[in-house]
Design a protein around this ligand. Structure first.
Ligand code: BYC
Ligand code: FE
Ligand code: FE
Length: 502
């Protein structure tokens, strides 16, 4: 990866500290399935994956990006899992992308960092008594990956530039690889039911009534590029948090898979953060040029072919609230089990100081609705694991939001993005069934209905966004509503042909 891209991504995600390879692990590209797990020596596993591979390609053909399958796309491919040189860039046709199985290097002597088995050697095989719970976690993680590809499949046609189109396809092929990462674990460690789950991962479909993806947000639509950028900023960040929690797992193969996936996740977050930021830049520049100072002068702003900031806030509100639901109930016995058994830790578990990592007597403050009021109550920490991860997630979102606000401030415009209250527009957990405003007031249904069009994207917003979604597929050109990036991918010049469309 170029230093420029590394530098821009570096502030977006702290390199997961576990990627300190003490030795360089070459990825074998001689095999049909690139890998650094010595696949060729495990004939049974190889056969199982070779059976799954054509079905995966079928799925990619049916549900992957619509069109552009024969176009050469400037993609990066992992060639090693060490921090220095793991990526190479080349023009490739997407169906020929080398999806592979890449694990972060094994840490010798690693022990289980939390839960009732804390301090015992990390498991190299599935702990029998926790098999079902572990499989469920891997299946849920795996299910989100192809779901996101399905959600984004029509976006190529309206890409605001070749640069953005390339980023979309890069994210898509990497989410495909994340599916491979989970399928490897299922097929290698879970025998026949693992193979069945691996097939089911290719059969569920985002948004399909009879056979939907498992988690709510992955059945929503990603109908336009603003949704895509918000999704990669907010929802891929759930990916970062969940992968980080699974990277702490006592089941070492899961930990190593997730540690490598996190390095790819950094690019997804980069695409989201800079996508929204460039949208804001275009808006501010157009407002200043036209002498518009009021960010709520929506009609005048929209006439300039840019997105008004209040609309971006509503879009963000939507994506934040559905993504917060992905953390599950704030109070959860499933999460308590996953933690006590040593299968899924907290964010940065091994680095946390201040408690015993077993948490039998600890409590954690959780916001709840009690007798028509929002109150903060201490809850046994084990049952509040999801709540804590959600709080860490909300804190993690704030960094990017602050950087967006800096852009607006620099442009001298009086508007700032804010995160709505945790309970706003929630369907899962403590706030489900309640109506809560972004400011955190409990509302009646009538009050909510009167106001929700100011807080979530309304029909006018969607019609306007749609009117902007015109393709801009000329080299070096960008749609009116988005500014060009500061640096090209892998330092390529401004007019680089990221996607060769015939
Ligand atoms: N929608 O005890 P509860 C990513 C279910 S994103 C529908 O409250 P638990 C990516 C739950 O399954 C990261 N159902 O919560 C991003 C359970 O059902 P069962 C994905 C939901 O179990 C962008 C019941 O409600 N990875 O990688 O602790 C692009 C009670 O659940 C929802 C993971 O999530 C929902 N929102 O928490 C590409 C990590 N929430 O079992 C990729 C693995 C809950 O009773 N998953 N339910 O039938 C987990 O750790 C947990 O399953 C969850 C749920 C945190 C998701
Ligand atoms: Fe992913
Ligand atoms: Fe991702």
């Amino acid at each position: 990866m170029s230093t420029a891209e590394t530098a821009t991504e570096a502030h977006l995600i702290e390199a997961p500290e576990a990627i300190h390879a003490d030795h360089f692990v070459e990825v074998s590209y001689d095999d049909a399935i690139p890998n650094n797990v010595d696949l060729s020596s495990d004939k049974q596993l190889l056969r199982a994956l070779e059976t799954w591979h054509p079905k995966y390609l079928e799925w990619w053909k049916d549900m992957g990006p619509e069109g552009y399958q024969q176009s050469d796309v400037y993609l990066r491919t992992a060639v090693g899992v060490d921090p220095g040189g793991w990526a190479k860039f080349d023009h490739v046709k997407m169906p020929l992308y080398r999806w592979g199985i890449l694990l972060a290097p094994k840490v010798e002597g690693r022990t289980i960092p939390f839960g009732r088995h804390k301090g015992e050697p990390a498991w190299q095989e599935v702990p029998g008594e926790y098999r079902a719970l572990l499989r469920r976690l891997i299946v849920v993680q795996g299910d989100t990956e192809p779901a996101s590809v399905e959600q984004q499949r029509y976006l190529g046609a309206t890409a605001p530039s070749l640069y953005d189109m390339r980023n979309l396809f890069q994210v898509n092929v990497e989410e495909g690889r994340h599916l491979w990462a989970m399928v490897y674990l299922l097929v290698k460690y879970f025998g026949r039911d693992g193979r069945e789950e691996a097939e089911a991962l290719l059969r569920r479909r985002s948004g399909e009534q009879d056979n939907p993806r498992i988690l709510g947000a992955f059945n929503e639509r990603t109908p336009d590029w603003l949704s895509f950028f918000m999704f990669t900023f907010f929802t891929d960040r759930d990916g970062k948090m969940q992968l980080a929690a699974l990277a702490e797992s006592g089941f070492d193969p899961l930990s190593r898979s997730c540690r490598f996936m996190l390095t790819e996740e950094a690019h997804h977050l980069f695409v989201g953060e800079t996508g929204v930021q460039r949208t804001i830049e275009a808006t501010c520049a157009a407002m200043n040029k036209a002498g518009i100072t009021d960010p709520c002068d929506v009609d005048a702003i929209r006439k300039l072919g840019v997105v008004d900031l209040p609309l971006l806030q509503r879009k963000a509100n939507f994506h934040m609230s559905v993504t917060r639901d992905l953390f599950g109930g704030e109070i959860s016995s499933n999460a308590a089990d996953a933690f006590s058994t040593g299968l899924k830790g907290r964010f940065n578990e091994a680095k946390l100081t201040g408690d015993d990592h077993v948490l039998t007597d600890a409590t954690y403050p959780v916001t709840r609705v009690v007798d028509g009021k929002l109150v903060v109550e201490p809850v046994p920490a084990l049952r509040a694991i999801n709540s804590r991860l959600l709080d860490d997630y909300i804190a993690d979102c704030q960094g990017g939001i602050n950087r967006w606000n800096k852009v607006i401030e620099k442009a001298g415009i009086g508007f700032r993005f804010a995160q709505p209250h945790k309970g706003f527009n929630r369907r899962i957990g403590e706030f489900a069934g309640h109506r809560i405003s972004p400011a955190g007031e409990l509302l009646t249904e009538a009050q909510w209905q009167a106001k929700c069009g100011e807080w979530l994207p309304n029909d006018d917003d969607m019609t306007f966004i749609n009117s902007l979604m015109k393709p801009c597929h000329e080299r070096g050109k960008y749609a009116s509503w988005i500014a060009p990036p500061r640096v090209g991918i892998n330092n390529q010049p401004g007019d680089f042909e990221y996607v060769r469309i015939d």
